[in-house]
Ligand binder design. Structure first.
Ligand code: SF4
Ligand code: SF4
Length: 321
């Protein structure tokens, strides 16, 4: 379906306001995951394509002031490969999230920062996708965090048709560690995609939603998906949410192309299939906002874990990893 308010946002007058933005600070990465769209879509994995720090930060500041951005999600590639840039960039926003593959040691950037660390499942599920030894490296890094480490550390697992039966093992192996919680985000395919990772529609996805609902029941504090957000993913409401995607109005995705910012349809690119979108951020925001889905699933007084207010919703993870 046609989505509005996305492609032309950077030049629009008056400039639309966005509480949050996401920025790809580099295409470089120390991993080469099988499913990576950053790495495989012809993006050069080459440091010479990075915009120099001063130039990039000045551009970020201009976008922040033009669009009233209050929170930034820093992503890549692997953004921690440019941690000196991040250190300065974090000063520009009240809230910051860094999405990382977790193989690079995390730096203590203070309590207003959230790290989102990607894992796809237990070792034998994760490593065939992300690389041999990656699960153990990530786990070692997370277990080695000092007790007084100030940032929030959250795992993110992309649920697919392939790993939907192995999610409990991942939760069980991190629930008693320094990790603060986990969010499950459901794979967002491109239009026409029919891979082994995807479901055909929201009905086909229900067993995977049920698996996360059960984990939420067993680990209500550790699993950060809200119950309402999960219920909204069911067939009766999923399309009502994605047809009225809240993140199009709240999050400005910034790609760097030929030395300047461009903005795709959404943070999943221009070709993502909205009808099968299961992004956590989309449903988490819908769970907190009024919308046509309320008529089918009236809101309750339930308050979700994680970002307690809508403004903070932008700080939730967005990656398709
Ligand atoms: S999915 Fe993320 S961690 Fe994996 S290669 Fe791509 S950017 Fe790196
Ligand atoms: S976030 Fe999901 S629903 Fe929203 S525009 Fe992107 S693919 Fe579509």
């Amino acid at each position: 379906m046609e989505k509005t308010g996305a492609w032309d946002r950077l030049g629009a007058e008056p400039p639309p306001a966005f509480p949050g933005a996401i920025l790809n600070v580099t295409n470089r990465c120390n991993l080469k995951c099988a499913h990576c769209f950053i790495y495989t879509d012809g993006n050069p994995n080459d440091p010479t394509h990075d915009i120099p720090d001063d130039e990039l930060l000045a551009a970020v500041e201009r976008v922040r002031d033009r669009h009233g951005v209050r929170g930034m999600l820093w992503m890549g590639g692997e953004p921690m490969l440019r941690w000196r840039l991040l250190e300065r960039g974090l000063e520009l926003f009240a809230k910051n999230t860094i999405t990382t593959n977790g193989t690079v040691p995390l730096k203590d950037f203070g309590p207003d920062v959230t790290y989102v660390v990607s894992l796809d499942g237990p070792r034998d599920v994760n490593d065939p996708v992300r690389g041999e030894g990656v699960y153990d490296r990530v786990r070692q890094n997370l277990l080695a965090l000092p007790e007084n480490f100030a940032p929030t550390v959250q795992l993110q697992c992309v649920v697919t048709k392939q790993n939907q039966h192995r999610l409990a093992e991942l939760v069980e192996s991190f629930v008693d560690t320094p990790v603060d919680g986990i969010a499950f985000t459901f794979y967002v395919p491109n239009e026409g995609e029919n891979s082994e990772r995807t479901w055909t529609d929201a009905a086909d996805r229900e067993a995977a939603v049920d698996a996360v609902v059960e984990l939420k029941r067993r680990y209500p504090d550790f699993v950060w998906n809200s119950s309402r957000a999960l219920e909204l993913m069911r067939p009766a409401t999923a399309k009502l949410v994605t047809d009225n995607c809240p993140t199009l109005r709240t999050i400005l995705p910034l790609y760097v192309e030929n030395g300047q910012f461009t903005t795709p349809k959404c943070c999943y690119g221009n070709n993502s299939d909205c009808d099968r979108c299961g992004a956590w951020v989309v449903f988490a925001q819908a769970a907190k906002l009024p919308g046509p889905w309320d008529e089918v699933l009236p809101p309750t007084k339930h308050k979700s874990r994680g970002a307690a207010d809508f403004e903070a919703g932008m700080a939730e993870p967005l990656r398709r990893e």
